[in-house]
Ligand binder design. Structure first.
Ligand code: NI
Length: 192
């Protein structure tokens, strides 16, 4: 596997591309866009490999959105490992590159990771709960342009919302209540 995107290619907070509304991707996919999507997934695969990520000095990631590699396009690579820690060699929970994703429904119930969130584009962690919807239904296109719908809850739902946020110019800390970052809310599920 050859790697095109290393940490020096990841756009950082302050780069205007991270605050732009990303453009829809036309289908059939151009060769350039298909290659971009593949290269984004390669980043995630290598970043999650304990030996390889060190040699490339990659911060591990479960999602990477096109604006994070400098393209204002509605593409995000998602690689959520198996949710069963005893079966780490198992198939990932979700591995795919999603195009033109939209959240078509979301729960009233909120969900937040109990440790907060991080982002490859944000070097200095901003602490605090990042409240989102606990359940979402996402519609997107795959590489072939086929429209897919996926229902997600808990951790994977958080990951998809984080990535889709990137396509709308939002960063995770936009959702943190900076006055009371760890304020617990009864209607929110805190996800381990
Ligand atoms: Ni991010």
């Amino acid at each position: 596997m050859t790697i095109r995107f290393t940490m020096d290619k990841i756009t950082r907070d302050g780069n205007p591309v991270l605050r732009q509304i990303a453009q829809p991707v036309p289908f059939p996919l151009s060769e350039e866009h298909a290659q971009l999507a593949k290269d984004m997934m390669t980043y995630l695969v290598i970043s999650q490999d304990a030996t390889q990520n060190e040699s490339y000095d990659l911060r591990p990631g479960v999602g990477l959105a096109a604006p994070q590699v400098g393209y204002s396009l509605q593409i995000a690579a998602v690689l959520v490992p198996s949710l069963d820690p005893h079966e780490s060699d198992d198939e990932p929970y979700f591995k795919g590159t999603i195009f033109n994703p939209t959240i078509i429904s979301e729960s009233v119930k909120r969900g937040a990771l109990d440790v907060g969130e991080g982002c490859l584009s944000v070097d200095e962690d901003v602490p605090g709960f990042v409240p989102r919807a606990n359940h979402v239904t996402v519609r997107y296109q795959d590489e072939q342009g086929t429209v897919k719908t996926i229902k997600l809850r808990d951790y994977p739902a958080i990951v998809f919302q984080h990535e889709i946020d990137h396509l709308h110019g939002h960063l995770y800390y936009d959702h943190i209540d900076l006055k009371a970052p760890w304020q617990v809310d009864d209607d929110t599920k805190y996800i381990e």
